[in-house]
Design a protein around this ligand. Sequence first.
Ligand code: G3H
Ligand code: 13P
Ligand code: ZN
Length: 331
Amino acid sequence: MVSYKDLGLVNTREMFKKAIEGGYAIPAFNFNNMEQMQAIISACVECSSPVILQVSSGARKYANQTLLRYMAQGAVEYAKELGKNIPIVLHLDHGNSFELCKNCIDMGFSSVMIDGSHLPYDENVALTKQVVDYAHQFDVTVEGELGVLAGVEDEVSSEVAHYTRPEEVVDFVTKTGVDSLAISIGTSHGANKFKPEQCTRNEEGILLPPPLRFDILEAIEEQLPGFPIVLHGSSSVPQEYVKIINTHGGALKDAVGIPEEQLRKAAKSAVCKINIDSDGRLAMTAMVRKVFVDNPAEFDPRKYLGPARDELKKLYMHKCENVLGSAGRVE
Ligand code: G3H
Ligand code: 13P
Ligand code: ZN
């Protein structure tokens, strides 16, 4: 058993309290490898932002759970070396079982998500409570989810997505004891968040997605005043990256995300954690494709992963400074 406290990590409690009071959101960036980790930490140190490092089940399989945990421990030291002791959370993204959550808690995670959103309500309550009861013994914070996000990655069509029901949130939070709640108000995972027929097109033919359901968010806030709310599926799918990818041998069709303007508005509310993964994937892919096309003889991974890492850092700083408002929040 390793305590996250001994690794220099923090849980989300204090971070979320400050974010709600300050009207901003904490970035939750997924990482699977060293370049992503370097970009996240150097960006957040440079703009003085607290940060949540997210590890999905897929990341654990890809990179090895032990390596990822040591990388998070290394991130704390790396941040200090770069000159700022920013608060860093190590969070399990979309945990799907008690055993997985327990395993992460036992190896030093400071926060876990138990995603029972696809289960019948009572089963979601029971599973989430089981994780909370274990996690809280070690002062680890827990994110639950109510409502189902649609998305290509989930193999769920947009039609079967269902929004969070504001009338359920008080009961869920009271019965489970969760520290934060992920909700469904129209975001979705991946780079193709909406079907073209759900969108309108502007004069340049760019797809404009349907707006988020701020009415549902407001109803949830009325039920749970000051309670930390989480938004998954919050990549904006920058069209400049889609263009670079598609003009350098890629084939991304109808890629569309959540407009930054809407995320800015959400960040000012009780939404205090915003999850971003796909935008980082797009930034890296765009740069790697560009190097391969511009320099076909290049075969040193540092020469294509380096530019990808630099672009990622730029993207993360932009998110903190211009979208989430988390920049400059660490003394
Ligand atoms: O919400 C899912 C995250 O983007 C992680 O994706 O399961 O492919 O690692 P992944
Ligand atoms: P995106 O696919 O929109 O980046 O969402 C990531 C996410 O929700 C991770 O849990
Ligand atoms: Zn998610």
